[in-house]
Design a protein around this ligand. Structure first.
Ligand code: AP5
Ligand code: MG
Length: 222
């Protein structure tokens, strides 16, 4: 199955992606996590991305699209994937369509997580992520790690993302409305969008997402 997850910063994309990809046995491809891994490894790609991410701006398409395509080319993505945070503007959506068409593939669905802005702000303010892997996501109130400051998954140190500061969050939300929201209409024109409420517990949202995705399945796989 090939799915795009879309929603504002802090909607719970990464949190849901971790569970959904386990349920569906497909890899979780998060361009944000890929950039953060490159930054912590000190790669050239990480150096190019860092200033944009720190400001809450989009990393240029020339860098982002190639990185996403390389990841989709990996053997573990041959049978499907869940894209989290990509595409993030109409140009990236067109590039993804061209990539898929070039491989004789298509998306099964675009899952749009809807959540009010005041909830997003609460979720981001309390978020802590793992230094070893930013896909390991916690919340000081809503998803507490077993031991404070320590990742349940790998024992890594939990920290607050530098782009989670209030002024950066405001810019990320502006960028989302301006650049990313239009791709929902782009995909609506392809009849791919299912919108669900991302309010409620993580488990409630997962149940809603799984029910919505069940109806989108076109590849006949389990
Ligand atoms: P990215 O890492 O993708 O950040 P984002 O889109 O801003 O989304 P977040 O990761 O902040 O939120 P999320 O929806 O994943 O929420 P989470 O599950 O963590 O991108 C970062 C930056 O990288 C961008 O600003 C840009 O610079 C660059 N970038 C990335 N992709 C790019 C692209 N394609 N093009 C250009 N630039 C790109 O949940 C948030 C918190 O809420 C957590 O603490 C969680 O525990 C909690 N939570 C989750 N669900 C619930 C629930 N149901 N109830 C209560 N709490 C919950
Ligand atoms: Mg995320």
């Amino acid at each position: 199955m090939r799915i795009v997850l879309v929603g504002p910063p802090g909607a719970g994309k990464g949190t849901q992606a971790e569970v959904l990809t386990k349920n569906l046995s497909i890899p979780h491809i998060s361009t944000g996590d890929l950039f953060r891994a490159n930054i912590s490894q000190g790669t050239d790609l990480g150096k190019q991305a860092k200033a944009y991410m720190d400001a809450g701006d989009l990393v240029p398409d020339e860098v982002t699209i190639g990185m996403a395509e390389d990841r989709m080319d990996a053997p573990d993505a041959a049978e499907g994937f869940l894209l989290d945070g990509f595409p993030r503007n109409e140009h990236q959506a067109q590039a993804l369509d061209a990539y898929l068409a070039g491989h004789g593939l298509a998306l099964d669905g675009v899952l749009d997580l809807e959540v009010p802005e005041d909830e997003v702000v609460k979720r981001i303010a309390g978020r802590r992520v793992c230094r070893n892997n930013s896909a390991h996501v916690f919340h000081v109130e809503y998803k507490k790690p077993q031991a404070e400051g320590v990742c349940d998954v790998c024992g890594g140190e939990l920290y607050q993302r530098s782009d989670d500061a209030e002024d950066k969050v405001r810019n990320r939300l502006d960028v989302y409305h301006r650049e990313t929201e239009p791709i929902i209409d782009y995909y609506k024109r392809q009849n791919l969008v299912v919108t669900i409420s991302a309010l409620g517990s993580v488990e409630e949202v997962t149940a809603r997402a799984m029910a919505a995705l069940k109806d989108r399945r076109t590849d006949g796989a389990a």
